[in-house]
Write a protein that binds this ligand. Structure first.
Ligand SMILES: [Zn+2]
Ligand SMILES: [Zn+2]
Length: 254
């Protein structure tokens, strides 16, 4: 199994990261895709990737982080880090209007998002996108870029799924699919996602799946989400793994 999105650089893992990683390996997790949320986090993630060859490092500035950052300074840093390290993708980046309820720094979020999409285009790197209450803007921006895009922790409706699919996008399913109160509509949409566009993630340490909801999440729980998707799509674990392994190779072919 592959965890397509886990924040192993998070403070929540400071005390026992090795145990967390070992538990993942013992539970048949082969790769851990680790996004960054800012420059510091990018440095931590690249350090992890140099220690563990099954960690796939992503570089990027999360929309929650942009408020106090200078755009051109941050971009210079990102560019330098990409040039000097072996990052495999840009993420996580995107727009979050839920977090920025009064749209106070909406323009700044958009500027960071567009510039990081440019980086992805320049370096031919896949992008891992955070979308919250912001689909229309994300869609109208991203369609101007030639990038391979992954919608991380996908929670869209059917028409959003179709639009994103028309751009060649991938959908990464998180533990939200197991949450009893809000998964009904999502399950119907996930049924329709083609197998060659589906991925699975934990978003650790956040979004622990049922029955671990509310606890710290960690990559070993990815199997719960795999099994839920198997149930929804009516296929065996072996078959789902084969599809996702194949998608992994396509995304990280460079
Ligand atoms: Zn996110
Ligand atoms: Zn995340």
């Amino acid at each position: 199994m592959i965890d397509f999105h886990c924040h192993l650089d998070s403070r929540d893992f400071e005390q026992d990261l090795e145990d967390v990683i070992n538990r993942a390996l013992e539970n048949n997790v082969k790769y851990l895709v680790c996004p960054s949320v800012n420059i510091n986090s990018s440095l931590k993630v690249i350090e992890l990737a140099s220690k563990y060859n099954f960690i796939i490092p992503l570089i990027g500035i999360h929309p929650h982080e942009v408020k106090n950052l200078d755009l051109s300074y941050s971009l210079d840093k990102l560019r330098y880090l990409i040039e000097t390290n072996n990052f495999r993708g840009i993420g996580e980046i995107g727009l979050d209007y839920y977090y920025d309820e009064n749209r106070i720094f909406k323009d700044k979020q958009i500027a960071f998002f567009e510039k990081q999409l440019e980086l992805a285009e320049d370096y031919n790197l896949p992008v891992f996108i955070h979308i919250r209450d912001s689909f229309d803007d994300v869609y109208s921006i991203i369609k101007n870029f030639k990038v391979l895009a992954i919608w991380h922790s996908f929670t869209g409706d059917y028409s959003q799924m179709e639009k994103f699919l028309s751009l060649g996008g991938y959908f990464s399913i998180s533990g939200i699919i197991t949450f009893k109160n809000k998964n009904k509509q999502l399950i119907e949409v996930v049924k329709e996602i083609p197998f060659d566009k589906i991925l699975i993630e934990t978003d650790s340490p956040y979004l622990a799946p049922e029955p671990f909801r509310g606890r710290r999440n960690e990559p070993q729980f990815i199997n719960v989400i795999y099994l839920k998707v198997c149930e929804i799509k009516g296929i065996s674990l072996e078959e789902l793994e084969k599809n996702i392994d194949f998608n992994f190779l396509k995304i990280f072919k460079n």
